[in-house]
Design a protein around this ligand. Structure first.
Ligand SMILES: NC(=O)C1=CN([C@@H]2O[C@H](COP(=O)(O)OP(=O)(O)OC[C@H]3O[C@@H](n4cnc5c(N)ncnc54)[C@H](OP(=O)(O)O)[C@@H]3O)[C@@H](O)[C@H]2O)C=CC1
Ligand SMILES: CC(C)(CO)C(=O)C(=O)O
Length: 305
């Protein structure tokens, strides 16, 4: 299929490089020095198990793209979503699968509202990756899993099965979910507590990997998201505490969420979608969230709104 990926950073760059290396027709929509480096040298992925460069990958900026792809991956940060709506509108028709993989729960449904004529599914991604330098993506760990699927009321289509197949053929652990609301919220049940507690303690994974007050607060936050999932009508089918602690314990000790890294670097961040949204959902669904409330209060005092 013909792929376009808007946002060629840790996630989008990795997806694009794997698909292009496997022979798929991929265009990265990027910008700035990163775009210039990819156009000059291709895109390089460094991971613990291998390093490879794909030179025959197309890369353009938004204005330089003129096609309607079969699949359009949305891999920008949550705060960039409003800016790319016109691009998504212009470069999709009803047949294009728009697949957001953001850590911000509900992005698919929100994009669909903004793009009523498009086919926006939902998705999430498990990877620890970032732009190391222009043109180079660093994956910390080999985990690379994409879960995507039709949202409630949306029909399954052939392209969804083909997408799962082509991602798998590219070496990505892809899953076409029949419960994407639940599966994406399950990812959120990991990343939101990690982001909240990581920022609260100014800590990376290693602090939470050992027994102690920090790990206990993390677990209490996970339990609050668990209660939220049940109240939202998408109860988790797994023991969320065990599932998430297994993910955490397998990470390299220096792993952190990208929200923490952005805030530490003084950049815009996904704090609204990761820390404030659970409180809004708690209010909406009548779930008490005292641990989130405490963390958000302290962080707002420290960092402002
Ligand atoms: N990185 C990770 O390990 C993981 C990230 N996620 C989630 O995935 C999503 C993407 O994160 P991540 O890959 O880390 O983000 P990055 O910041 O690494 O990449 C996003 C890229 O999109 C670019 N971009 C933004 N707007 C445009 C535009 N209009 N045209 C072209 N390029 C644009 C940014 O460029 P610029 O820098 O110029 O703004 C940046 O290069 C987030 O929701 C994140 O939480 C989920 C799991 C793991
Ligand atoms: C794999 C994991 C859990 C690693 O950081 C991730 O996907 C994330 O941080 O969002």
């Amino acid at each position: 299929m013909k792929y376009a990926i808007i946002g060629a950073g840790g996630c989008g760059g990795s997806i694009g490089a794997f698909l292009a290396e496997a022979g798929q027709d991929v265009t990265l929509i990027a910008r700035g020095e990163h775009l210039a480096a990819i156009r000059e040298h291709g895109i390089c992925v460094e991971s613990p198990s291998r390093t490879f460069t794909v030179t025959d990958i197309k890369a353009v900026d938004e204005a330089g793209y003129a096609e309607i792809p079969d699949v359009l991956f949305v891999c920008v940060k949550g705060y960039s979503i409003p800016d790319i709506i016109p691009f998504l509108r212009e470069h999709s028709d009803a047949e294009t699968l728009i697949v957001p993989i953001l850590n911000i729960y509900g992005t698919g449904a929100k994009l669909q509202q903004a793009l009523p004529d498009a086919t926006v599914v939902d998705g999430c991604i498990y990877i620890a990756a970032e732009i190391k330098e222009p043109g180079v993506i660093l994956q910390k760990g080999d985990i690379f899993r994409i879960v995507f699927g039709a949202r409630k009321g949306q029909a399954l289509c052939r392209k969804m099965f083909l997408l799962e197949q082509e991602l798998k053929a590219a070496g990505i652990d892809a899953v076409l979910s029949d419960q994407i609301e639940r599966d994406a919220f399950q990812k959120y049940a990991y990343v939101s507590p990690m982001a909240a507690c990581g920022l609260y303690y100014d800590a990376t994974a290693e602090v939470f990997q050992r027994a102690g007050e920090e790990r206990m607060l993390l677990i209490r936050c996970m339990k609050e998201i668990d209660a939220l999932a049940t109240a939202m009508g998408i109860p988790f089918l797994v023991d969320i505490e065990k599932t998430n602690l297994d993910i955490l314990d397998a990470l390299v000790p220096e792993a952190s969420t990208s929200m923490q890294r952005d805030i530490w670097a003084g950049k815009p961040s996904e704090i609204d979608g990761l820390l404030y949204e659970p409180l809004r959902l708690g209010e909406q669904y009548g779930v008490e969230m005292p641990n989130y409330e405490m963390i958000v209060k302290v962080l707002k005092e420290k960092y402002g709104e």
